[in-house]
Design a protein around this ligand. Structure first.
Ligand code: PGA
Length: 253
């Protein structure tokens, strides 16, 4: 059975106190409600990773960075590398979020480099793919997602690819309140799994967790998580409220 995963992407939100409260509340609620069948991951901003990881130590909740550098070390002012992230207690990293692709010009070749570096330094990549609205409206959504997979991920050998988590996040659904319909989500998740199967074989394809992201909330998560190829969610806005986030985690039946 595939691992069920719900990850909260806090984006550029929370000061130190808010980050502490949010992480404390989420871990407290999960403990009280004895939720253990779902792998929960929190992705705070870089500056809080060490403190949040320390706070969550022993809870089973994972910590992710929202990005990592494409180099290991050196004269890259302002960058944070995979080994640094791992050294402060994170075990996951988001790679290729659409905001990174759009606002920081991250292309598939750069993301392939980041993915490789993350894996080399003991971080599990949560590799994000997804089409823009014009791409969907012109029927190019599958083509876009396939090239993101092919150029960013399919360069990995089998042994490394099988460690990766994938998140499908249609750009038009992120932060817009407009969620992909269950049919659209299932269709794309099955498409992604099919492409993985062609490249790596069915056993690996069946084992990879593919998360849905884009205006996922406590009202629509149950329906989305029940889809056969949706293995959880990457949650933005709704992960900033502990109750909403935990209710989303509880949506797994
Ligand atoms: P959203 O963001 O849930 O606020 O739409 C999801 C994401 O960007 O990961």
């Amino acid at each position: 059975m595939r691992t069920k995963i719900v990850a909260g992407n806090w984006k550029m939100n929370t000061n130190r106190e808010e980050a502490f409260s949010l992480a404390t509340e989420v871990s407290g609620m999960l403990k009280n409600e004895q939720i253990s069948a779902v792998k929960v991951i929190l992705a705070p901003p870089f500056v809080h990773i060490g403190a949040v990881a320390q706070l969550l130590n022993g809870t089973g909740i994972g910590v992710a960075a929202q990005n990592c550098a494409s180099e290991v070390s050196g004269a890259y002012t302002g960058e944070v590398s995979a080994p640094m992230i791992h050294s402060v207690g994170a075990n996951f990293v988001l790679i290729g979020h659409s905001e990174r692709r759009a606002y920081f010009n991250e292309d598939n070749a750069l993301l392939a480099k980041k993915t490789q570096l993350a894996l080399d330094h003991h971080l599990t990549p949560i590799f994000c793919v997804g089409e823009t609205l014009p791409e969907r409206e012109s029927g190019k959504h599958e083509e876009t997602v396939f090239s993101q997979l092919e150029e960013g991920l399919f360069i990995l050998p089998d042994t490394l690819f099988s460690k990766v988590i994938i998140a499908y996040e249609p750009v038009w659904a992120i932060g817009t309140g407009k969620t992909a319909s269950p049919a659209q989500a299932q269709e794309m998740h099955a498409f992604i799994r099919g492409k993985i199967s062609n490249r790596y074989g069915d056993a690996i394809a069946q084992a990879v967790s593919i998360l849905y992201g884009g205006s996922c909330n406590e009202n629509n998560a149950t329906e989305l998580f029940a889809l056969p190829d949706v293995d959880g969610g990457l949650i933005g806005g709704a992960s900033l409220k502990s109750r909403s986030f935990v209710n989303i985690i509880k949506s797994f039946s």
